[in-house]
Design a protein around this ligand. Structure first.
Ligand SMILES: [Zn+2]
Length: 61
């Protein structure tokens, strides 16, 4: 049976509508880049998210 397609508004704020995913193709990575730039870098983003979650993020290398 085909999966039911529930259109969703793209998570980046472009106003586009996806076919059920959170983002239109490519918009997720553009959003992530914009978020990282807005907070001044990846390590700042990690610190910010950790302070919101009130726990450390384990980075698996
Ligand atoms: Zn978008």
């Amino acid at each position: 049976m085909p999966r039911k397609i529930i259109p969703k508004e793209c998570g980046c704020g472009c106003g586009g509508v996806t076919k059920g995913g959170e983002f239109l193709p490519g918009h997720d990575s553009k959003t992530l880049s914009a978020v990282i730039e807005a907070v001044g870098g990846t390590s700042n983003l990690k610190l910010l998210v950790e302070s919101v979650l009130n726990r450390q993020i384990e980075v698996k290398l």
